[in-house]
Design a binder for this molecule. Structure first.
Ligand code: PEP
Ligand code: MN
Length: 352
């Protein structure tokens, strides 16, 4: 699959890293939008976001002001000179956004899981013949091919001002993050399409304003192009995502705290590789912990059913099968045997 010749996302705009897009989760009132935009503009933000169609998990939640909000976004542009953007989830949304003269739209995480919806958006853009920037969020499930597929549909519609947004992946249960970053997925996207602008959405990854700075820093360390951060003039009274929205003043503090690495020198790219290693090591530890939790449960089951802890036939079969799989992935057989023996030994201890 070819995807190249990307054009500058926001021509005419100073595009020093990080490119920052900010604005409220939801457009609520004209006053809220304008007051947030004015403050953000004073802080030097050049690209404004505001959701007018909100895909909510449960019915009955505030699901957006709808097209009534489009003129409010337009007055943001007129009054502050900022570029304006919103989320689109179907043909009607994108047609309305195109006629309102929005500079950019993004496709949300729930929509980018749905090839029909993405195709319908792509077709509407192609039919309009208009030029607009389109950012595609990762699908809610950790599926890189599906994310690329959505980007490809937009690209095939002739859009060259195109970018991706990493907003983390859903998981069951309560975790530190609202959506797990699973950094290896955006990193692999970056490896395959090094020129594709990649944004991080620390607001939806963390779901918590206290963690936005740290995740933003990680994204910059991994060479992301920019950040999309939710900012509201009065987060406490926000109609959606209030836990993760920051005031424009707070946003400025966060942005000022970020350190930009120069990735052009050899030593810096070494640092970036080390960051990846650190991340992968953390993930390995998490997996090992999970593996041991399951072992303990199996131990309990075996106890209750008076079964022996070690079952050599199963262990040998498993080992041979995993060695084969691992070798297929380019790992050495010896290495896999050593690792698996250590895991098995620990697992037996956990079951005793
Ligand atoms: C949003 O950006 O407000 C939004 C709904 O995000 P996501 O699609 O990442 O949940
Ligand atoms: Mn939101």
């Amino acid at each position: 699959m070819e995807m190249k010749d990307f054009k500058e996302l926001f021509p005419g705009l100073e595009t020093e890293r990080p490119v920052v897009i900010a604005g409220p989760c939801s457009v609520e009132t004209e006053e809220q939008v304008l007051s947030t935009a004015n403050e953000l503009s004073r802080q030097g933000i050049r690209i404004f976001r505001g959701g007018i169609w909100k895909p909510r998990t449960s019915p009955g939640c505030f699901d957006g002001i709808g097209e009534k909000g489009l003129p409010w976004l337009k007055s943001v542009k007129e009054k502050t000179g900022m570029l304006i953007s919103t989320e689109v989830a179907n043909r009607t949304h994108v047609e309305l956004a195109l006629s309102a003269g929005l500079d950019m739209v993004w496709i949300g995480a729930r929509t980018s899981t749905n090839p029909f919806a993405v195709q319908e958006i792509a077709d509407a853009i192609e039919k309009s013949g208009k030029d607009m920037a389109v950012l595609v969020k990762n699908p809610v499930n950790p599926d890189l091919e599906l994310w690329i597929g959505s980007l490809q549909r937009i690209y095939n519609a002739g859009v060259r001002r195109i970018g991706a947004i990493h907003r983390g992946f859903s998981t069951y249960g309560k975790h530190v993050y609202r959506n797990m970053p699973q950094w290896r997925i955006p990193i692999e996207l970056q490896r395959r399409y090094p020129d594709l602008p990649l944004f991080c959405d620390p607001s939806h990854i963390t779901g918590n304003k206290e963690l936005i700075a740290a995740v933003s820093q990680q994204a910059l360390d991994m060479n992301f192009t920019g950040l999309i951060i939710e900012s509201h003039c009065c987060p406490e009274s926000a109609l959606s995502d209030k836990e993760q929205q920051v005031t424009p003043d707070r946003l400025k503090v966060i942005l000022d705290s970020l350190i930009l690495r120069d990735s052009s020198t050899t030593t810096e790219s070494l640092a970036l590789l080390r960051q990846q290693i650190d991340r992968i090591n953390e993930e390995l530890l998490e997996l090992l912990a999970k593996r041991m939790r399951v072992s303990r449960e199996i131990g309990q089951y075996k106890k209750e059913h008076h079964m022996p802890v070690v079952q050599p036939t199963r262990y040998n079969e498993l080992m041979e099968q995993l060695v084969k799989t691992g070798e297929g992935m380019g790992l050495s057989g010896d290495f896999i045997r050593t690792i698996l023996a250590a895991i098995h030994e620990e697992s037996v201890k956990q079951q005793l």
